[in-house]
Design a protein around this ligand. Structure first.
Ligand SMILES: [Zn+2]
Length: 246
């Protein structure tokens, strides 16, 4: 099979020296890959089977797995491991991709978004929460669940005094439409503006903006519930550690 671009999302040891990998690829979508002997100290597959590695791969198509024949590293994103904040956010990004994306559905835009997110993260020294929320907003938008944060999802009201965020309705609700979702969460105008800013800001500009930490934490909790609801998962394991850090 010709060269396939991919990023390692997850690795599992298999038997003595092999690895089973989840690789998100540009051409094939998310695939399961068997890397035989990848744990052996002399294996030529060591670098290309590390989590975060972005490589050009050669596979052989098997019955249950793709078998990894060779891999050439394009970017190792090794800088992500230099800081604990980057590492934790990085693992969360990979887990979100791994748990939210169906297998073997290629999506080049989403693939390039992952490359860009990891690239931005590997150089990030501050504004970690801003980055995290921007990632979450953009990711859910790319997979088709962009929340409506500009107007009431129910009546279209734009000038809302009593703002709520409803996970199940997919965005902002006004006081008049509160009955649509009794579990909606109260937010304020400042939080709404942060949501709008972080939804549209290019990753390259994340370092130039910063917001109140408390507002960001509240928004993050809402977005976590939002993503889990739409991807039908109960939790992201890597997020528990991440939250205790913030
Ligand atoms: Zn309304």
């Amino acid at each position: 099979m010709s060269q396939i671009e991919g990023i390692v999302l997850n690795e599992l040891q298999y038997k003595e020296s092999s690895k089973i990998l989840n690789i998100y690829t540009k051409e094939l979508g998310k695939i399961n890959v068997m890397a035989r002997g990848a744990y052996r100290s002399k294996s030529k597959l060591i670098a290309s089977t590390q989590v975060f590695s972005y490589c050009n791969y050669e596979f052989r198509n098997g019955r249950t797995f793709y078998y990894l024949l060779d891999g050439r590293v394009i970017k190792s994103f090794y800088n992500i491991r230099e800081k604990i904040e980057r590492t934790m956010i990085g693992f969360y990004i990979l887990e979100v991709f791994n748990k939210s994306i169906p297998e073997e559905e290629p999506n080049e835009t989403l693939f390039l978004f992952l490359v860009k997110a990891l690239d931005t993260l590997s150089n990030l020294d501050e504004n970690y929460l801003e980055f995290l929320i921007a990632f979450e907003l953009k990711f859910i938008s790319f997979i088709g669940y962009r929340p409506n944060i500009e107007e009431c999802v129910s009546c279209g009201n734009k000038n809302i005094k009593d703002l709520r965020f409803s996970v199940e309705s997919g965005g902002i609700l006004c006081g008049d439409c509160l009955g649509k979702d009794p579990y909606s969460v109260k937010i304020n105008k400042i939080m709404q503006n942060i949501l709008i800013k972080l939804m549209y800001i290019p990753f390259d500009n994340i370092k130039d903006i910063s917001f109140n930490r408390e507002d960001l934490m509240k928004i993050q909790v809402i977005l976590e519930r939002y993503i889990l609801y739409f991807v039908e998962r109960n939790e992201f394991n890597s997020l528990n550690m991440l939250k205790s850090m913030f």
